[in-house]
Design a protein around this ligand. Structure first.
Ligand SMILES: [Fe+2]
Length: 287
């Protein structure tokens, strides 16, 4: 297929992180945490599956090994966009499976990256009624980060096979230690960090405004939670952040002021040092 036609197709890709699935050995307890800490109302939608939902944020929690990502699910704007992405991946020999989520329309598909992380792309299935928000500030589920001992392999897959534009990279001795990729005009909706083990690094909710970071921190304090990192400001993405941890050790980020990107932005290259990951100071997880 002609590169120009394909480039035009991918330039039109406009996908957002819609939901993700976490696996847990204690899914009911985890659903309770997301109700209290994240204001997401849980409902048991299958024997071993809970949906936790609030406006602009939803998670599925399934039974499995704690701390494991079931999948990250990206919402495309139309059935045609889902089909175009599927065709691109098929031409590149990617193995695709039906998407194992009840939250997307038929036609959604799953693709596994070289580490075995499952990414879903599909059209959002309309649900009846708006989800009820619990007593927590507002924020939209926005990005997902996976840790890998072979980040360059993952980045090649996401950039060259899936076709996602790279916003920024961190290099140490010419090898990639972190990379942020985008699926629309936001600086990243997916990122890869070098890590000793392949696992979910964190997922993030964009609150938009600094004052809401304060409100989230106060809310977490009322829940008896402590911040495990931040407040700070990331170099790549320029976003303000705080982080907490759920009972399974999954890190949750609340972010604000994430950079938005115009189509022709050059890829940023950053040194592997603490101030790249936190311009305000320490970066305990990113050494
Ligand atoms: Fe993040």
């Amino acid at each position: 297929m002609g590169g120009a036609k394909e480039a035009a197709e991918m330039a039109g890709l406009s996908a957002r992180l819609d939901h993700l699935q976490l696996l847990s050995e204690a899914p009911e307890r985890l659903a309770g945490f997301y109700r209290e800490a994240m204001g997401m109302t849980p409902s048991r939608i299958d024997r071993d599956l809970w949906l936790c939902a609030a406006p602009e944020r939803r998670l599925l929690i399934g039974r499995g090994r704690s701390g494991t990502l079931g999948f990250g699910a990206f919402r495309c704007e139309s059935a045609a966009a889902v089909a175009a992405l599927r065709a691109r991946l098929e031409r590149r020999g990617a193995a695709l499976d039906p998407a194992p989520t009840p939250l997307f329309e038929p036609g959604a598909f799953a693709v596994a990256d070289p580490d075995g992380n499952s990414l879903l792309f599909g059209e959002r299935r309309p649900v009846e009624g708006d989800p009820v928000a619990g007593p927590a500030p507002s924020a939209r589920l926005q990005h997902l980060v996976v840790g890998s001992d072979e980040p360059e392999t993952l980045v090649r897959f996401y950039a060259d096979v899936v076709g996602l534009p790279v916003s920024d990279k961190v290099l140490r001795d010419d090898s990639v230690t972190a990379c942020w990729l985008r699926t629309d005009h936001e600086h990243h909706s997916l990122a890869v960090f070098r890590a000793p083990v392949r696992r979910l690094d964190h997922h993030s909710y964009e609150a938009g405004d600094w004052a809401l970071i304060r409100d989230w921190a106060d809310h977490f304090a009322r829940q008896g939670l402590r911040l495990i990192w931040g407040p700070g400001r990331h170099g790549p993405g320029n976003n303000l952040f705080i982080m907490v941890e759920d009972p399974d050790g999954n890190r949750i980020e609340i972010s604000a002021e994430l950079e938005t990107v115009n189509g022709d932005r050059p890829v940023g290259i950053w040194p592997h040092e603490e101030r790249t990951f936190n311009r305000w100071g320490q970066a305990p997880f990113r050494r």
